[in-house]
Design a protein around this ligand. Structure first.
Ligand code: ATP
Length: 245
C-alpha cells in the first residue's frame, strides 16, 4: 500500500504497516497487532510526541545501560519488526547482545527474527536455550541464553508483558522498558519505564548514550543519574499528561 506523505497520519500508518508486514513475513505474531492497537490509542493521548517525562526516563535508561556490567537487549517479534536497525545500533553502542525471547514458542520464528536483525546490521544475536531458565515464570519465555539474560544485570525489554518484567526483577535484574501504557504491569514493575512510542524513543536513546559516552562520565556520575530517577513520579506525570488532552 502506498501512503502519501501528505497524509496527516503518515507516521502512524507507516508504523502500522511495519507491524503488519512483520506478521506477514512471520517475524511478529498476530497477537502483536492487538498490542500495537492498544499502543496507538495511548499514543493519541500523549499527542503522538515524546514528552518531557519520557526524555528524563531516556536519560536515566542511558545512564543505567552504560553503567551495567552485562547489559542485554531482549527482543520480541514486534520490536524486531518496528525497529530492527535501531536495535542493532543499540547493541553495537553498548557492546551488548540482542536476545530473542518470544511468547508463542517457535524455533522457526526465532531464527527468522535473528536473520531479520542481522540483515539490519546486528552482529551478536542470541537465542534462548532450553537448559537455562529464569525463576518465577511459567511460560516459554522463562528460557534464556546462558551468555545473555541468564548472566545479565540489566535487561532492556521494550514492549514487554507484565509477568516477564516482574519475573526478571525477582531474578535480581534491573529492567528498562518502553511502553506507551503507563498503567501496564510492565510499566509499573520496571526499574525504568520510557512512556513513548518505540519508534521515537529508540533513536533518542541512542543519541543520549552517544552523548554520555562523549562526555566520558564516570561510574559514579552515571549512577547518580539513574539513582535520581523516580519511576513512579514519571509514570504519574505521563498519566496526568494524558488526562489533560
Ligand atoms: P501488561 O502485561 O504489562 O499489563 P499488556 O497485557 O497490555 O500489559 P502486552 O500486550 O504484552 O501487554 O504489551 C504490549 C504493550 O506495549 C502495551 O502496553 C502497549 O501499549 C505497548 N505498545 C504497543 N505498541 C507500542 C509501541 N509502538 N511503542 C511503545 N509501546 C507500545
Amino acid at each position: 500500500m502506498i501512503i502519501p506523505k501528505s497524509h496527516p497520519r503518515y507516521k502512524s500508518l507507516k508504523t502500522r504497516e511495519l507491524i503488519a508486514n512483520g506478521v506477514k513475513s512471520g517475524i511478529a505474531s498476530v497477537h502483536g497487532l492487538i498490542a500495537h492497537g492498544r499502543g496507538e490509542a495511548f499514543d493519541y493521548f500523549l499527542g503522538e510526541k515524546t514528552n518531557e517525562s519520557a526524555k528524563k526516563s531516556i536519560e536515566a535508561a542511558a545512564a543505567l545501560l552504560l553503567s551495567a556490567k552485562r547489559p542485554v537487549i531482549s527482543v520480541n517479534g514486534s520490536a524486531a519488526a518496528l525497529v530492527p536497525k535501531e536495535l542493532a545500533e543499540l547493541s553495537r553502542l553498548l557492546s551488548a547482545p540482542l536476545e530473542i525471547n518470544i511468547f508463542h514458542s517457535s524455533k522457526k520464528r526465532e531464527i527468522k527474527i535473528k536473520s531479520h536483525l542481522e540483515k539490519y546490521g546486528a552482529k551478536n544475536v542470541l537465542l534462548p536455550d532450553k537448559n537455562h531458565k529464569i525463576k518465577f515464570l511459567e511460560s516459554n519465555r522463562k528460557y534464556v541464553n546462558p551468555e545473555g539474560i541468564f548472566k545479565s544485570d540489566v535487561v532492556f525489554v521494550p514492549l514487554e508483558d507484565g509477568d516477564r518484567a516482574e519475573a526478571l526483577i525477582k531474578n535480581g535484574k534491573k529492567v528498562i522498558t518502553i511502553d506507551l501504557n503507563p498503567l501496564s504491569r510492565t510499566s509499573q514493575k520496571s526499574t525504568i519505564t520510557i512512556v513513548d512510542n518505540i519508534t521515537r524513543a529508540m533513536p533518542l536513546l541512542a543519541t543520549q548514550i552517544r552523548k554520555f559516552k562523549k562526555l566520558k562520565l564516570t561510574e559514579k556520575q552515571l549512577e547518580a543519574i539513574f539513582r535520581n530517577h523516580d519511576n513512579k513520579k514519571e509514570l504519574k506525570s505521563s498519566v496526568e499528561l494524558m488526562k489533560k488532552l
